[in-house]
Ligand binder design. Structure first.
Ligand code: NAD
Length: 255
């Protein structure tokens, strides 16, 4: 079993949005002793979340701004966090955008926007993170796909989104296969509908009930449901789990 260093850091992309999965996960992981690095499009918000985490949980935390669809920016942000925090053991790719555009109205710009952020962004951050993890001989990568990758898109997650998220699953299996011998595990979490603002604002109770009706559990998910799954997959104890897609979706997709 690969042993983690005494003091270790998790970097999360897309963890600055106030009601998002990323911020909730950053808090959840800090509560469990992880130092935290945050990369987000909104640099000020990333730094703000890092400050609140350091204050609340007594761990080290830092934030850096980057557009994950820009590889150079991702590398600069990662370098900055690596210089400021203890050894980066884990990367969690959460940065993402929804795409509610019907397929027949998808423009090349919309297709490329979603691919660049939701799929290329995962590659850029992973590539930079695993370069360090290979040197250190230990690493965990977890990326957020979506149940829409497996069963087709919903209202806010139409074709480009579903295609990009399905790409994350193939990407992760392939990197898992190549880097297992370096002590690195690579996994995916595929959430069902989660109560955040990604779908264009706070969901009404009526909408939440309608979304839950597709699954087998009587509710939609919370950011904490996903945070708990992330915590397991990046833990030392999950060292024999790699190349997997864990659905955290209330039973929406059973495979
Ligand atoms: P959110 O909108 O609350 O958060 C997304 C975060 O990504 C924000 O902090 C935003 O600033 C950041 N971001 C967006 N574009 C970026 C870019 N180009 N570069 C850097 N950062 C960028 O969304 P969320 O609901 O917390 O979603 C987190 C992840 O989970 C996403 O990948 C999403 O696709 C996935 N997911 C969410 C749901 C859901 O129902 N909420 C379901 C399945 C999958």
């Amino acid at each position: 079993m690969t042993v983690f260093p005494e003091s270790r850091t998790v970097v999360l992309t897309g963890a600055a949005s106030p009601r998002g999965i990323g911020r909730a996960s950053a808090h959840y992981l800090a509560e469990r002793g992880w130092n935290v690095g945050i990369i987000d499009l909104d640099a000020e918000a990333a730094k703000g979340v890092a400050e609140e985490i350091a204050l609340e949980h007594g761990v080290q935390a830092a934030g850096a701004g980057a557009d994950v669809s820009n590889e150079a920016q991702v590398r600069v942000a990662f370098d900055e966090l690596e210089g400021a925090l203890p050894q980066i053991v884990a990367l969690v790719n959460l940065a993402g955008v929804s795409s509610p555009v019907p397929y027949l109205e998808v423009t090349p710009e919309e297709w490329n926007r979603v691919m660049n952020i939701n799929l290329n962004g995962v590659h850029y951050a992973t590539r930079r993170a695993v370069e360090s993890m290979v040197k250190n001989g230990v690493g965990r990568v977890v990326s957020l796909a979506s149940v829409s990758a497996q069963r087709g898109g919903g209202t806010y997650s139409k074709t480009p989104y579903s295609a990009a998220k399905a790409g994350i699953i193939g990407f992760s299996r392939s990197v898992a296969r190549e880097l297992g011998q370096n002590g690195i595990t690579v996994n995916v979490i595929s959430p069902g509908p989660i109560d955040t603002d990604i779908m264009g604002g706070t969901l009404t109770d009526e909408r939440k009930t309608a979304m839950a009706a597709d699954g087998v559990l009587p509710r939609i998910g919370t950011p904490r449901d996903i945070a708990a799954a992330i915590a397991y997959l990046i833990s030392e104890d999950a060292g024999f789990v790699t190349g997997q897609t864990l659905n955290v979706d209330g039973g929406l997709y059973m495979h």
